[in-house]
Write a protein that binds this ligand. Structure first.
Ligand SMILES: C[S@@+](CC[C@H](N)C(=O)[O-])C[C@H]1O[C@@H](n2cnc3c(N)ncnc32)[C@H](O)[C@@H]1O
Length: 237
């Protein structure tokens, strides 16, 4: 995992999250001091959960971290889409424990998916954008626009590089140096978690992805959470 040349290849990303799957939940929660959980909640609440929403997608759904938050807001059908078999296995275990949830999982690359056009009343994604290159984000934007029905809503959030210099230096140090140490404590391997900081640094923030969506005709607002430590996009088709 030291050569980053292929860091945006589907196989690489899938294997990375397979590796992380045993420790992702706890490491994520502890290393973010609970912020990721708070940001997930904020992202889910950006959707206007009215009675017209029946079905939608959680892209890069991981272990289904956002599902209980969505289902607290509305009784909807969720399809989780994730490329990592081991993250999906963890997500399936969650479904076994929560029998009433109307959730299905599609194990596929979101850039090469089988989702029906205009089938989504909503599309959500929490912390699933950073592992895409700028070109891949353009493709992802096209997919999101394709699958949203007219009037369908979108809310996405991702860890970002804050603009504020005073915050940027310690935050990036934390992401790139401290989180790998926490990862090593839980997993015995710091390289896997080191990648999260590297992806984040290259991703920067949600602005350019928001612009792509806007250029494709969506109404988009870019959001900043906790001084830009996370950013998001919210909007509709
Ligand atoms: C940082 S995790 C986020 C998981 C979850 N949404 C959360 O809130 O914690 C990113 C997830 O995106 C998935 N992923 C990355 N690239 C993908 C792709 N091209 N297609 C589908 N899933 C992808 C990974 O397997 C991983 O589970």
């Amino acid at each position: 995992m030291n050569n980053h040349e292929n860091m945006y290849e589907a196989n690489y990303v899938s294997r990375l999250f397979d590796k992380m799957s045993t420790t992702y939940g706890i490491t994520n929660y502890i290393s973010s001091f609970g912020f990721t959980e708070r940001w997930r909640k904020q992202c889910v609440k950006e959707i206007n959960w009215n009675a017209e929403l029946n079905q939608g997608y959680d892209l890069m759904s991981g272990m289904g971290e956002s599902w209980y938050l969505i289902l607290k807001e509305a009784k909807v059908n969720i399809t989780g889409v994730d490329i990592s078999p081991k993250m999906n296995r963890k997500a399936s275990e969650k479904l076994v424990k929560n029998v009433g949830w109307d959730v299905e999982i599609r194990e596929e690359n979101v850039l090469d998916n089988t989702i029906k056009s205009e089938s989504a009343d909503f599309v959500i994604s929490t912390f699933g954008l950073k592992t895409f290159s700028q070109n891949q984000l353009k493709e992802l934007a096209k997919e999101v626009v394709r699958i949203l029905r007219k009037g369908g809503q979108i809310a996405m959030i991702e860890i970002s590089v804050p603009n504020n210099f005073i915050l940027k230096t310690p935050y990036m140090f934390y992401l790139k140096r401290i989180i790998p140490i926490i990862g090593r404590i839980f997993q015995g391997d710091s390289n896997t978690y080191k990648m999260l900081g590297i992806y984040c640094e290259k991703f920067e923030n949600c602005k350019s992805f928001g612009k792509e969506l806007e250029n494709l005709g969506l109404n988009i607002e870019t959001k900043s959470y906790f001084f830009g430590c996370a950013t998001g996009i919210v909007g509709y088709k």
